[in-house]
Design a protein around this ligand. Structure first.
Ligand code: AMP
Length: 205
């Protein structure tokens, strides 16, 4: 249990900016960013898992829990073996996983969740604008269709939001995700830097 990865979760609805914040954080020494959606998108579309991902994501639905958590564990382990993820000096930043309470349970033996950063955005229209921009830029089928976007939000409310009740309230921080990436980052870091200081004595630069 003691060698569980020290972890912070980036949590929020589709379009709340988890990916943007995760990518910036991942460029800072001492943070390792893992985006579940990105790993899924990099799969060979002809592979069995690639086809499962396409089937679910094109409808705005979640890939089944066991397959997802297995893929996450194997992929993260590969990054650890390769040496780009260094669990002794890196705070793991998880973006887009866990996405259900069952995933949170399945991951419990592997991760020690020190903080949950909940990116909150009440402006649905702004979120739609963000998702549409991303659909064009990254060629994402799941964000190109408004029906699929709305389904993604429904799935978030029904299956993902209950995760907030799974973790102790004292570990959850709400951050307003409206504003420039730098403004949001500044607020996120206010919460994360003390966690990093408390748990890691050295950060490899
Ligand atoms: P994202 O890039 O995080 O918005 O994820 C894009 C799509 O990948 C989602 O709509 C799901 O179909 C799939 N996906 C990503 N992460 C997970 C997860 N933790 N559990 C199940 N499906 C996921």
């Amino acid at each position: 249990m003691n060698n569980r990865y020290k972890t912070a979760l980036l949590f929020g609805a589709p379009g709340s900016g988890k990916g943007t914040q995760g990518r910036i954080l991942g460029a800072i020494p001492g943070f390792y960013h893992f985006s579940c959606g990105e790993v899924f998108r990099r799969l060979n579309p002809d592979s069995e898992l690639g086809q499962i991902f396409f089937e679910y994501s094109s409808r705005g639905e979640l890939v089944p829990d066991e397959v997802t958590v297995r893929m996450w564990a194997e992929s993260l382990n590969a990054h650890e073996v390769l040496g780009d993820f260094k669990p002794r000096s890196d705070l793991l930043i998880l973006d887009g996983i866990p996405r259900t309470v069952e995933q949170a349970r399945l991951m419990e033996d592997h991760i020690d969740v020190l903080m949950v950063i909940h990116l909150v955005c009440d402006d649905r229209e702004e979120m739609i604008r963000r998702l549409r921009r991303r659909a064009l830029k990254e060629n994402r089928i799941d964000d190109a269709d408004e029906k699929v976007i709305r389904n993604r939000w429904e799935v978030y409310e029904k299956e993902t939001a209950p995760i907030l009740d799974h973790y102790p309230m004292q570990r959850i921080r709400e951050v307003n995700s409206l504003g420039s990436p730098a403004q949001v980052l500044s607020n996120v870091l206010t919460h994360l830097v003390p966690v990093q200081d408390r748990h890691f004595s050295t950060v490899e630069v």
